[in-house]
Design a protein around this ligand. Structure first.
Ligand SMILES: [Zn+2]
Length: 150
């Protein structure tokens, strides 16, 4: 039986990884954070009309984070971040727009191109970023402005 963190999210779902040989078992402290993240994702889910959320990455142990090339300070390492899509609602850009306009508390919301990254870190800075096509991140949402001269 899957272990429920909240009505719609389970430990298994938020600790799943393609790197099955690597240990990705959450510590009790990480589990507490995952519960917090799941509660935040319940808010996101209802904002998006109670549609199915597809999680691609939640908690990452240091080994898994290294394997996927995650940032050394990634909130995924503490179980406070989730990468997801809500295909029935819209594109990652549309999902980000909806969350940014809502009153949901988050630390970072990133439009990663093919998915949405949301951090439930208690700092709650509400930082909104978009991944640039050519690498790096910029503040805010929306498409990159056209490159001058092209
Ligand atoms: Zn992420």
């Amino acid at each position: 039986m899957p272990t429920r963190l909240s009505p719609h999210f389970t430990v298994e779902e938020l600790t799943a990884t393609q790197h099955r040989r690597l240990d990705n078992t959450p510590s009790p402290a990480v589990l507490e954070n995952l519960r917090r993240t799941a509660e935040r994702m319940e808010q996101v889910r209802s904002l998006l009309g109670d549609r199915v959320i597809t999680v691609s990455s939640g908690y990452r142990s240091p080994a898994v984070n290294r394997a996927v090339g995650g940032a050394k300070t990634s909130a995924h390492l503490s179980g406070l971040a989730v990468d997801f899509n809500c295909h029935a609602f819209g594109s990652p850009a549309e999902v980000c727009e909806a969350i940014a306009r809502s009153s949901i508390t988050f630390d970072q919301l990133i439009e990663e191109g093919r998915w949405v990254h949301l951090s439930a870190d208690p700092r709650g800075r509400r930082q909104v970023l978009t991944k640039r096509k050519n690498g790096g991140y910029r503040a805010g949402l929306g498409r990159d402005p056209p490159t001058p001269g092209l």
